[in-house]
Design a protein around this ligand. Sequence first.
Ligand code: NAG
Ligand code: NAG
Ligand code: NAG
Ligand code: NAG
Ligand code: NAG
Length: 610
Amino acid sequence: MQFTVSALLAAAFAAQASLASPISSRTPYVVKETHHVPRGWTKVERSNPNGRIQLQIGLKQSNMQGLIKQLHEVSDPDHQRYGNHLSADEVDQLVKPTKETSHLVGEWLSDNGVTDVDYNSAKDWITVSIPVEFAERLLDTEYHNYQHKDGSIVARTTRWSLPRHLHSHIDTIQPTTSFFRSAPQAATYMSLGAVEPEGYKKPNNTEIAKVCNVTSVSPECFATLYKTKGYKTRAANKNSVAFNNFLAEVPIRPDLKLFLTKYRPEALPSVNFTSHSIDNGPEQDGPLTPEQLADSTSKEANLDVQAISGISWKTPIVSFSTGGSPPFNPDVGTPDNSNEPYLAWVNWLLSQKSIPPIISTSYSDDEQTVPRSYAERVCNQFAVVGARGSTLFFSSGDHGVGGDDTCFSNDGKNTTKFVPGFPPSCPYVTVVGATMNFEPEESAYRAPGLYNGVKKGLYSSGAGFSNYFKRPSYQDKVVPPYVKALGDQYAGLYAKEGRAYPDLAAQGLYFAYFWNGTEGTISGTSASTPLTAGIFALINDALIASGRPALGFLNPWLYKKGYKGLTDITKGSSYGCNSKGLPVTEGWDPITGFGTPNFPKLVELAGAKL
Ligand SMILES: *[C@@H]1O[C@H](CO)[C@@H](O)[C@H](O)[C@H]1NC(C)=O
Ligand SMILES: *[C@@H]1O[C@H](CO)[C@@H](O)[C@H](O)[C@H]1NC(C)=O
Ligand SMILES: *[C@@H]1O[C@H](CO)[C@@H](O)[C@H](O)[C@H]1NC(C)=O
Ligand SMILES: *[C@@H]1O[C@H](CO)[C@@H](O)[C@H](O)[C@H]1NC(C)=O
Ligand SMILES: *[C@@H]1O[C@H](CO)[C@@H](O)[C@H](O)[C@H]1NC(C)=O
């Protein structure tokens, strides 16, 4: 034990906020992190001191480098360990904190009377539920309620501190500075009657022309376009495909039934999904309440389950429903989403003995709404999921390089910048962009305007370069040539050295789907992502049926081999930030990645048989 300073000595440095017993610490408090309040948020008032907050404390992991090394080995198709994914115990051994870290953090908590602590299985996350007033003293900070322009309220701070001796043992504590909202990326719901995209040309290929209707695209069209038609699953009892629900979204079974009855009748009655509620995540089968109808609840969740089931039958489907349930007493001005749903979900997931081989997530937010420490820790958790052998698909976002009139940095300087999204900026997830039209497909775009008499905002397939994460080596061959070809265009607006996304793309305009018992259409990378997850679930099916492991962390394989099974998209642009945005080009580009799936080729490249 290195420190002998009396606990009381440090007390004077802490706890400006309260009259209660002083905070006990070996060393003085020093600011650990500051973060600017992102655009769109307004400070309202001090948070209710008696409200409870669930602090998640990320302890420094002992051997993350070792974990990442093994992740690359088991994900590189040329490595002898390819496909030898790690067990829960193996990853826990690599990421668990050192004894010193656990001891010092545990001591700090127990010295201050925090005895009710929850550890995750690797013991690298501690969760404590304490009153706000106590969290303020423990972190020498003040919580305020901040309101987003969409109405939601969270309790956050822009600056918090830790005893100096704990700075190197704790990576992050949330909720503090993360203004992450994980908004669903389902751009635009329409009742039926969408209009053809400008300049749309009907396909010449009679088979595609017969089944593809550009204003209401169906599973049969996807199956024809991406050539999964006729494939029969052979490993359904050993396979699954999962999707995530946040922000009170909940998939509705009766709507799924209506959808399948019309578009995939052979899947009835066997398609159903298993639902897991995490942190009191909602489970419901309709009918929707008037509040839910007014909030458009379940449009995202219904899209996810319908897009997957239309293509991946008979693969079992799993729905994760994570609550961000308010730990505060509900009254006017109280936070309605104070937990960090991603962390709650991923930590729960890693505590499971077995993880679905594919998980689709259609939620993201601006990278700059989260502090770098938080983004890095969550991204590390995704690497751990990858090492366990699971592919994480995330949507690239629905606003091209950034929403019009919103492209400013959040570093206090307010300079004009493209605005990348998180988690898509994390190099350990596979990111899906969106296309539209059929022969040829091009990147999805719809100008803001009146559609069917209803005002709709910009929709443009998300594209970006991370400001937090460096370009991963698997992108070294394709990203620099793209950046070089751009030359000085947009120089300074994006990070040339950053992880660029998406990695691939699929259809994402006017999906036929059901909500509240009626048919409509819906668009977004929220559509292309579960569709892609469904197609890759079938590739895993072929692999598992051939006695092979599932694909796992996809990108090293995709950039080395799999890209040959994707159809290059060469037309379009990532409109946004009041510009035409980054252009789609021949070869890889950060709007459509390598392109859209060609199922038989992908199966062959994966080393399986149809
Ligand atoms: C395309 O779908 C829309 C919406 O269901 C429908 O109104 C239209 O008739 C369809 N077009 C064709 C050519 O089938
Ligand atoms: C689907 O599964 C749920 C939960 O297991 C069950 O309650 C429900 O009856 C099932 N629905 C159908 C149509 O099989
Ligand atoms: C940032 O700059 C833009 C454009 O000058 C301005 O509209 C916006 O209000 C500024 N935002 C902040 C937070 O200063
Ligand atoms: C369809 O065929 C016509 C006539 O051969 C050709 O001009 C057009 O470019 C083709 N359209 C597409 C989308 O391939
Ligand atoms: C939901 O469905 C009910 C019953 O069909 C209908 O009365 C209501 O208008 C629908 N609400 C919305 C928002 O579509």
